[in-house]
Design a protein around this ligand. Structure first.
Ligand code: C5P
Length: 224
């Protein structure tokens, strides 16, 4: 278990973060949210007036950000810091969410971040969530989950989170945003969102968090 890598991939709003953190907590493993890394680069790009269509400048931003990025890999308090400043909440803001798929489609951004992700995974003992963990970042992961759910259900869950966090938003807008992001993430040339051939596909449309957690824990037990 102490060297195991558990990869959890899937589209936006499938419940990856909740489930990945719960798995890490239960097994005493570290937790890496790779989406937070793409979001941190995007935040820096937006704050520094870099054009989203300038691939060279966006790539340079990614190289800079990995040097000033500090991630707490604790499942209870995953934190993101840039230059020592906490940006954990800022990276989840709507402007970042809107722009992140454009940034993450830049091949050089991906190679920089994937390199850092591999360093952080190191000797394992970690649950890693993202889009391309089982396919690209760590294809030898002992357990690979592709977590998905009906897009309407994903939008409704995300909507409930946003309402709790910052007041009302329209569930149809959340649905449109998820579908747009899925579409961009699935259609990009560089390591698109897709299930690894050997991933276990879990559809959480009709499953609650505990049911998904139980299923993953039993897969882990099988691989020990
Ligand atoms: O998981 P989260 O919604 O925070 O991810 C934000 C975005 O980062 C995704 O929509 C995707 O564009 C990108 N991403 C990625 N590869 C990963 C993780 C996230 O391209 N491994």
């Amino acid at each position: 278990l102490r060297s195991m890598v558990i990869a959890i991939d899937g589209p936006a709003g499938a419940g990856k973060s909740t489930v990945a953190r719960a798995v890490a907590r239960r097994l005493g493993l570290r937790y890496l949210d790779t989406g937070a890394m793409y979001r941190a680069v995007t935040l820096w790009v937006l704050r520094n007036g870099v054009s989203l269509t300038d691939e060279r400048a966006v790539s340079a931003a990614a190289r800079h950000v990995v040097d000033i990025l500090d991630l707490a890999l604790a499942p209870d308090h995953p934190a993101v810091r840039l230059d020592g400043v906490d940006v954990t909440d800022a990276v989840r803001g709507p402007e970042v969410t809107q722009a992140v798929s454009a940034v993450s489609a830049v091949p050089e951004v991906r190679s920089v971040l994937v390199g850092r992700q591999r360093e952080l995974i190191g000797d394992g003992g970690i649950v890693v969530e993202g889009r391309d963990i089982g396919t690209t970042v760590w294809p030898t992961a002992a357990v690979k989950i592709f977590l998905t759910a009906d897009s309407r259900v994903r939008a409704a869950r995300r909507h409930a989170d946003t309402v709790a966090a910052r007041g009302t938003t329209d569930v149809d807008d959340v649905h449109d945003d998820l579908r747009r992001r899925d579409q961009l993430d699935q259609s990009r040339a560089a390591s698109p969102l897709t299930a690894a051939a050997d991933a276990v596909v879990l559809d959480s449309t009709d499953l609650d968090v505990d049911a998904v957690l139980d299923r993953i824990l039993s897969l882990v037990a099988e691989r020990l």
